[in-house]
Write a protein that binds this ligand. Structure first.
Ligand SMILES: NC(=O)c1ccc[n+]([C@@H]2O[C@H](COP(=O)([O-])OP(=O)(O)OC[C@H]3O[C@@H](n4cnc5c(N)ncnc54)[C@H](OP(=O)(O)O)[C@@H]3O)[C@@H](O)[C@H]2O)c1
Length: 259
């Protein structure tokens, strides 16, 4: 029997990438998984993969930048299952216009609402259920851009992800007395569709060396399966072939050659 048998998990951004892999991994562990994203088709594909595996999944599509839509999905979860044990607060996005030179107010709104407001909406919608249960695991996908400021991910995304990291730690500070645990996962580069929004295209060769969605799904499964008295506060998961480090080494060697 899986460690999450009888548990209910809500995974956002479950149609693609990290969210899809997390949903599959949690379902393999026995959880019933609620799948959210804006597009129905990728969510239905994730549900079909889970069903083929003998798991249970329910599609609840919606735009998480709408607090009303988020509240409606959470209310539906409570009505259908009477509880929520795990929130994988994973949905997010980025834009091509990343530098201050290019950033416009519409881009700021898209990135802040799509990574930060949406994450807050999901947490506020599920906390009442978890407080009642005196139990619950919140797992947020932030980013290494939530810890390190660099031009790669862009100004708005970097600021939003820093705020997601802070949000997660503030949850542990306040909700630990209610048995609620919050973990922020900070991935470096993961080979998912979000990379298609990079201003400089990423080659297949580079993608193959990155962390894969399934690696993150497995990590999320591990965090969700921990006993109730254990909280992992923050995890960094990065490719061994870290392109930032490799570029730094190349710079250092060029510098050394010049001496
Ligand atoms: N890949 C990386 O290198 C990397 C690194 C660090 C952090 N991350 C973070 O990891 C998380 C997952 O991204 P990913 O890499 O797996 O990329 P992805 O495949 O593009 O997944 C993002 C998912 O979020 C959903 N989504 C976006 N906006 C939404 C909204 N307003 N409402 C509902 N769903 C929404 C998308 O589905 P719809 O378009 O159908 O809504 C999509 O399935 C994101 O938070 C991302 O910032 C990724």
């Amino acid at each position: 029997m899986g460690a999450l048998q009888g548990k209910i998990a809500w995974v956002t951004g479950a149609g693609t990438g990290i969210g899809q892999a997390a949903a599959v991994a949690l379902a393999q562990e026995g959880a019933t998984v609620v799948l959210t994203g804006r597009r129905e088709a990728p969510l239905a594909a994730t549900a079909a993969t889970i069903a083929k595996d003998g798991g249970k999944a329910v599609v609840k599509a919606g735009d998480l930048t709408s607090a009303t839509a988020v509240a409606a999905i959470a209310a539906d979860i409570e009505k259908t299952f009477g509880r929520l044990d795990i929130l994988v607060n994973n949905a997010g996005l980025n834009i091509v216009e990343r530098s201050w030179q290019q950033l416009k107010p519409e881009g700021v709104d898209t990135v802040i609402q799509g990574n930060l407001s949406s994450a807050f909406y999901c947490v506020t919608a599920v906390l009442p259920m978890m407080r009642k249960q005196k139990d619950g695991v919140l797992i947020h996908t932030a980013s290494m851009a939530g810890r390190v400021v660099s031009p790669l991910s862009g100004t708005a995304y970097t600021a939003a992800k820093h705020a997601v990291v802070a949000m997660s730690h503030s949850l542990n500070m306040e909700e630990c007395i209610n048995g609620i645990r919050s973990c922020v996962v900070c991935p470096g580069e993961v080979a998912t569709p979000i990379l298609d929004k990079r201003p400089v295209p990423v080659s297949q060769e580079d993608r193959a060396k990155m962390v894969q969605s399934e690696d993150c799904g497995d990590l999320i499964r591990y965090i969700a399966c921990l006993p109730a008295h254990v909280c992992i506060n923050e995890v960094h998961i990065t490719p061994t072939w870290n392109r930032g480090y490799v570029a730094g080494l190349q710079q250092a060697h060029v510098g050394a050659g010049k001496k």
